[in-house]
Design a protein. Structure first.
Length: 327
């Protein structure tokens, strides 16, 4: 059987003392970033994992973190993968724990997680009930990126890409716009609607209105089918890629050229959006980086250190064929 690597092996490869390796994996302050990274690289190369039970007895640390997720929602998989990777880079093991529906049941389950003594910290992307953390000394951090229904409420409600896209299209000759707004129950949809209206007014552009609806392709089809025949040339700002795909289909069925008569933008940068005809200009959301940033905030709180720098480029406009200059 192949021998399991030890902290001594990591120390030898990294060129540091064994105590330094221990300090890195227990979150001890006073270790330089360069030394910490050298130890983590050596640990990765050797596939070293600290002995959590032994470490817990020596330091009262478990090396374990939890991410709690409402059970009735779709798991934010890309957020979780980013969070788990960030925790692993810091020597932690992460477990995903589901929370039941109902305020009382949710509070009880969260208390059980905290009181178990298994976790140094608990991360939630949604609001969580207040719990007593004194007994277990467990840090509970709710980063507030989503509400309980997993509607975005944090970083990804930033609607500045809408402004960027409208300004770009106006610079390239577009004067007439239409917004396909999505579901108004979502804070992100409301933010994009407000950004659209403010930008159109500020630039003195013509708006054919804001089409309310849901997030479906049918909503995009219906809105474009209802336009008068003289609507083009037109730029359509859709609240997501599915709505935009419906708009592209309806415009094509009406015989309008894309992007010559109708330019279309979406949001989410879904994988298939690059393969539509024409390929769709959209907004990419770096959920993995947001997950990593959220986990880094939790780890900083657990260790009593400074939090990470807030990322500023989580949203990026991906320009494609659907927004070429009007003919």
């Amino acid at each position: 059987m192949e021998k399991r690597p030890t902290s001594h092996d990591v120390a030898h490869l990294a060129g540091v003392s064994q105590s330094t390796v221990s300090f890195v994996f227990t979150g001890r302050t006073g270790i330089s970033e360069a030394t910490r990274q050298k130890v983590l690289r050596a640990a990765t190369e050797l596939n070293y994992r600290p002995n959590l039970a032994a470490r817990s007895m020596r330091t009262q640390r478990t090396g374990r973190l939890a991410v709690v997720v409402p059970i009735a929602t779709i798991n934010p998989l890309t957020l979780l993968s980013g969070a788990i990777a960030a925790a692993r880079d810091e020597g932690y093991v992460v477990e995903v724990v589901s929370l039941p529906e109902g305020v009382d049941a949710r509070a009880q389950r969260l208390s059980e997680v905290v009181d178990s003594g298994q976790y140094e910290g608990v991360l939630s992307f949604t609001p969580v009930p207040e719990v007593d953390t004194a007994a277990g000394a467990t840090v509970v951090l709710s980063v507030g990126e989503f509400d309980e229904a997993m509607h975005m409420t944090g970083e990804f409600t930033d609607a500045r890409p809408i402004v960027e896209m409208i300004e770009h299209l106006a610079t390239h000759g577009h004067r007439r716009f239409l917004h396909l707004a999505g579901d108004e129950d979502f804070p992100s949809a409301r933010a994009r609607r407000a950004a659209y209206l403010d930008t159109v007014e500020r630039l003195g552009l013509e708006s054919l209105g804001v089409a309310e609806g849901d997030w479906s392709g049918t909503a995009g089809e219906t809105a474009i089918a209802a336009l008068p025949d003289d609507a083009p040339p037109l730029a359509v700002i859709a609240a997501n890629d599915v709505i935009a795909a419906g708009a592209i289909r309806a415009a094509t069925r009406r015989g309008w050229r894309l992007p010559g008569d109708v330019a279309v933008t979406g949001w989410d940068d879904m994988h298939q959006s690059a393969f539509l005809v024409p390929s769709l200009t959209s907004v990419a959301q770096d959920r993995e980086r947001l997950g990593a940033y959220s986990m880094q905030r939790l780890i900083a709180a657990v260790r009593g250190g400074d939090g990470p720098e807030r990322p500023t480029d989580l949203l990026t406009v991906v320009w494609r064929e659907s927004t070429e200059s009007p003919q």
